[in-house]
Design a protein around this ligand. Sequence first.
Ligand code: OOG
Ligand code: MG
Length: 254
Amino acid sequence: MIDIENAARLVDEAALNATAVRQLTAGDDFSVADAYRIQRASVERRVRRGERRIGIKLGFTSRAKMVQMGVSSLIWGWVTDAMLEDDGGGVDLSHFIHPRVEPEVCFLTRRAIDRPLTALEAKDYLEAVAPAMEIIDSRYQDFRFTLEDVVADNCSSAGLVVGAWARDFDGLRNAGVILRVDGRDVQIGSTAAILGHPVRAVVEASRLASESETALPAGSLIMAGAATAAHALARGSHVQAVVNGVGEVEFTTR
Ligand code: OOG
Ligand code: MG
């Protein structure tokens, strides 16, 4: 039996110290349900330090991500206010181990979500959508993990950059997505890669949250998951994501 609190401490301290640790599954066999218990306990540690949960993120909602990381189950984790990057002076990469960036769309909820929603209902629960980027930073050595490892590690959540909010969801079904670093296109995709339509991420988020008896208050963020593979971040870069018809978002690194 894995010690939930101890495992939570290991991934939490790895994040705090920006130092990679051995995969938890290298030492213990544990279930996905236990992995979510570890995740919950590690986020609790953040909350005890003063961080606030501001929403959730989905992972592996696109084939590109599943193929890149070798994990093919939909996963979810928490985002906190401390993860929000506002680009005053650039994102300081010294807080991370081996950060990567990926282009996403982020939803803002208008009503509390406390039950599984249908695709038809989902839009009524949404206030706005924004182009976004997620900075992921696995706390495990070599950015390698099993499904159980990555869930326990709060799905590699490390940072997010959210662009301007828009209220129009109509163009979202098949919008071109570009991740650009120093003016060069490093990833190209479409929002259709995200479960066929990014609003489906809201449906899945509502199902996953309900299964774990979690209600999402109005005003929560839902990160839909990357449309393309992730790209390793280096210092001194200008990073931009374009979601056609939704907008652009950018940041610099130092
Ligand atoms: C896990 C997180 C996956 C996404 O958007 O698919 C994810 C990882 O790749 O480290 O955030
Ligand atoms: Mg992501």
